[in-house]
Ligand binder design. Structure first.
Ligand code: ADP
Ligand code: MG
Length: 244
């Protein structure tokens, strides 16, 4: 079960006695003291198991394997505060994407700096115990894999990014190595499309520029499976500084 579903399940077991009875196999009706104890025991065990699983989600972005930078490790949907209707919509679109069953789509998030794209991207990583990488690091990893001393081969790196269950690629279009960037990105997007795996692609470029940069081969596929959000408005960073 995913984080959001686990939270709902936990609420229900805590608050809905008859649901908890069904799960623990204790029939409806008045309970003897012994039965009550057994029921309480099983109910507690159920909630503790769910809490343990929820904690695995909540601590996911603090782990190196999530790839999330320390600065963003605390970001989640819960602490993304929508200040207006647009922000509510953006947040909901990312939640919808995350909640889609058997998702094989692409979510493009483009727009101005400081508008919460990375915050929502890493929230999605946490919600699906996925992986985050920024484009510059990805290029660096691929390039340094060509060094014979590298612990990972280029093939292993591509295998990881094309097969990991959920991936967010951030900061596209920032690197000066445009050709390399397009080459790596189109390969990963093509392979993930073939493997029917979801990906979120984040960039400060305009959507049209981004799609053009990704190239023709990817564009057709994007038309088929992509949802896009264009972030506009004031930078949250500046607002945060003003409020401080
Ligand atoms: N709606 C929001 N609610 C809470 N924090 C936000 C929100 N939007 C942005 N932030 C915070 O503002 C900072 C800049 O956001 P960020 O996600 O890095 O923007 P972008 O990736 O679009 O440049 C981050 O610290 C982020 O957590
Ligand atoms: Mg960002």
């Amino acid at each position: 079960m995913r984080e959001i579903e686990l939270e709902k399940e936990l609420e229900r077991i805590r608050n809905d006695e008859s649901y908890a009875r069904t799960l623990t196999g204790i029939p409806e009706g008045k309970l003897t003291e012994d039965c009550q104890q057994v029921f309480d025991y099983y109910r507690k065990e159920l909630t503790e198991n769910i809490e343990a699983e929820l904690n695995r989600y909540r601590s996911w972005n603090k782990k190196a394997e999530s790839g999330v930078p320390k600065r963003y490790a605390g970001c989640c949907f819960g602490n993304y505060h929508a200040r207006n209707e647009s922000e509510r919509k953006w947040k909901q679109s990312v939640i919808d994407f995350v909640e889609t069953e058997e998702n094989d789509g692409v979510l493009l998030m483009t727009g101005a700096r400081g508008t919460g794209k990375t915050h929502l991207g890493v929230s999605a990583v946490r919600a699906l115990k996925g992986h985050y990488v920024n484009m510059e690091d990805l290029i660096y990893k691929v390039e340094s894999s060509l060094n014979f001393k590298s612990p990972q081969t280029e093939e292993e790196i591509f295998k990881f990014y094309t097969e990991v269950d959920f991936l967010v690629i951030d900061e596209i279009g920032r690197s000066l190595k445009r050709e390399k960037e397009t080459e790596i990105l189109s390969y990963i997007l093509r392979k993930r499309y073939d493997n029917q795996l979801p990906v979120i692609v984040i960039s400060n470029l305009d959507k049209e520029v981004l799609v053009k940069m990704l190239g023709g081969a990817v564009k057709d596929r994007l038309d088929e499976v992509a949802v896009s959000i264009e972030f506009k408005g004031d930078s949250y960073r500046i607002l945060k500084r003003k409020a401080a």
